[in-house]
Design a protein around this ligand. Sequence first.
Ligand SMILES: N[C@@H](CCC(=O)N[C@@H](CS)C(=O)NCC(=O)O)C(=O)O
Length: 121
Amino acid sequence: MKLYSAPGTCATAMHIALEWAGAPFEVEHLDFQGMKSPEYLMLNPAGVVPTLVADGTAMAEGAAILLYLTDRFPQAGLGPQNGRRRPSGATPLAGVPEWHIASLFLASFHADAVYDRRKRL
Ligand SMILES: N[C@@H](CCC(=O)N[C@@H](CS)C(=O)NCC(=O)O)C(=O)O
């Protein structure tokens, strides 16, 4: 799998999810110019990150990528735990950013604080 990302963006959440999934992957960091290159626009017509290429298919939208990784690597426990259920209904993606992206954002932005706290314990 290959993730197209850019440092400091929302795509960091997908990078973390790939690490947690434990699957082999590579990351290509793009700058804003690279996101608008004809080659990249073929993968993601919106010209934004993230894009995940898996099994020869390019996937856009961070929430969709997280759901894909959650389902493809169930052993990684990326989804809701302890009996909680993934939001469902007419708009199954609607609740995902709340419980998944937000937590991953927190984890990525506050990783140093978390590690420091662990060290102090
Ligand atoms: N709806 C998209 C939004 C992606 C998005 O806006 N990505 C930003 C970084 S967080 C980006 O690549 N911006 C570059 C630009 O707008 O040119 C998703 O959730 O994946």
